[in-house]
Design a protein around this ligand. Structure first.
Ligand code: G3H
Length: 478
């Protein structure tokens, strides 16, 4: 009943002394696919210690050597794309092609991070004192960027490989060491990715990966005095982490309710195509998925018809067959989504398709005429359910968008670029896409959420900078 995987500490694969494992249930078969070690707090302590001592030597390793190892890891990762994609299919039911894309994108991200790192970390600043009133030119200030220490990386289930390397790459190039805590669904994909870094030959203890129950080691990790930075992507657990964490830099990405505002002059075919891609890819289980459509009443019928026709063409089924809509990650997630659907039904939303569910597989549904009293107007389903709210003015759309506690991304469709820019300025989100669906990539773009969507800015360059601190040396002339 499932292969058992070891955790990674000090360059070795180990069994937990707990003797316990955590089961990973395949979302499609709903049977145990894999098992991972249920690590103990004592094991977390040891991992933290190893990471701390390995970091000291790593910080002194020349930057070009660090980059070289990252390039090597990136190449190995790409070579392993097929077996890792297989894990993604089995653990998180990501469609086959998207699973391969996730691994390739991750390899590219690591290589780009290595290149970006040697450039931005290879430069410092030089300041002179006499630009500030009252000073002579007697002080020369040299600045450089130094590592934080041990970075704790916690990626989510929906991109267990890509959102792990988006933390690992920047941490390592900047001279930090790493403790990775994978999500339960996605843990084996993560372990396989770590194996690629192992094969690349990084020093022992520099990268460590502990698996286990959040209830046992979650708070223990995030409140651990050995952690010098936390980079977390996931749900509102991030809010409690940020309340409990010590005085260390935090990078948090905690979901969104990305709005798609559609104006009267929009190219409706383009909008419909983007709603399908933005709302339903990976069955809506993306923080950047379109989660509410706010369309001007005058074009709403026409848009809904177009989207409806495209929803009918979505292939629903197992990820192995590369279906568009695949089972959602867990039964509890499916139950939560169903709760939102039932609430909308009771309150009178128009169902453009019949609601259907088999196990964790939920057929895609577009809900028209959604009103603000329905939960789906505000909550993040993380499933293939997309609400449409009809609006009578652009202001109404902006108001709905800004009334959300989330503020990750949003998009606006119009041919009028001036209007689009003004709307972008008015939307309280970290990013606004004009005439395209929200998305994090390309991975060197800044990526950030306002309000409950997060802390800090990601993207390769921002993450490297965030995982360093500034060190200055001042030369005082006689
Ligand atoms: O789920 C959150 C991810 O950061 C979204 O990434 O826009 O590439 O799907 P994506």
């Amino acid at each position: 009943d499932g292969d058992v995987y070891k955790y990674y500490h000090d360059g070795e694969w180990k069994k937990s002394s707990s003797g316990k494992t955590v089961a990973i249930v395949n979302p499609t078969t709903r049977k145990t696919q894999y098992k991972v070690q249920a690590c103990t707090q004592e094991e977390v302590n040891k991992v933290m210690e190893s990471a701390k001592s390995a970091q000291k030597a790593w910080a002194k390793t020349p930057l070009w050597k660090r980059a070289e190892l990252l390039h090597k890891a990136a190449a190995i990762l790409k070579e392993h794309k097929a077996p890792i994609a297989e894990c993604l299919i089995k653990e998180i039911a990501k469609p086959a092609k998207d699973s391969v894309t996730e691994v390739v994108r991750s390899g590219d991200l690591v290589s780009y991070t290595a290149e970006e790192g040697v450039r931005i970390l290879g430069e410092g600043k030089f300041l002179v004192s006499d630009s500030f009133p009252g000073n002579e030119r007697t002080k020369y200030c040299l600045t450089s960027k130094i590592p934080l220490g041990v970075v704790l990386a916690i990626p989510p289930f929906n991109y267990p490989v890509n959102l792990a390397v988006s933390k690992i790459g920047p941490a390592l190039i900047a001279g930090n060491s790493l403790v990775l805590k994978p999500p339960t669904q996605g843990a084996v994909s993560c372990l396989h990715m770590v194996h690629c870094f192992h094969l690349a030959g990084f020093p022992k203890g520099l990268i460590n990966c502990v698996t286990g129950k959040g209830s046992e080691i979650g708070d223990f990790l995030t409140m651990h005095p050995g952690a010098n930075c936390i980079s977390f992507t996931g749900g509102d657990t991030g809010i409690s982490i940020s309340k409990k964490a010590a005085m260390i830099p935090l990078q948090m990405e905690l979901g969104g309710k990305d709005a798609c505002i559609v104006l009267e002059d929009a190219d409706l075919d383009l909008v419909a195509a983007n709603i399908i891609k933005g709302g339903f890819s990976y069955s809506g289980q993306r923080c950047t998925a379109i989660k509410v459509v706010l369309v001007m009443e005058s074009v709403a019928d026409s848009l809904v018809e177009k989207v409806k026709a495209k929803v009918a063409k979505l292939r629903v089924g197992p990820p192995e067959d590369d279906c568009d809509i695949t089972p959602v990650v867990t039964e509890s997630s499916a139950n939560f989504i169903e709760g939102l659907v039932m609430d909308a039904k009771e309150k009178g939303a128009t169902f453009c398709q019949k609601y259907k569910r088999e196990g964790n597989l939920i057929w895609p549904v577009l809900l028209d005429n959604v009103r603000p009293d329905m939960r789906i107007a505000w909550e993040e389903p993380f499933g293939p359910i997309l609400p449409v709210i009809r609006i009578n003015s652009v202001e109404e759309g902006i108001h709905h968008c800004n009334a959300s506690n989330f503020g990750l991304q949003g998009c606006v469709f119009t041919k009028d670029i001036n209007k689009a820019v003004l709307i972008s300025d008015a939307m309280e989100t970290g990013t606004v896409q004009i005439n395209s669906a929200p998305a994090r990539g390309p991975d060197h773009f800044p990526f950030q959420g306002l309000k409950d969507s997060g802390i800090g800015s990601q993207g390769i360059t921002n993450s490297i900078n965030m995982m360093t601190k500034v060190k200055t040396t001042v030369i005082n002339l006689p």
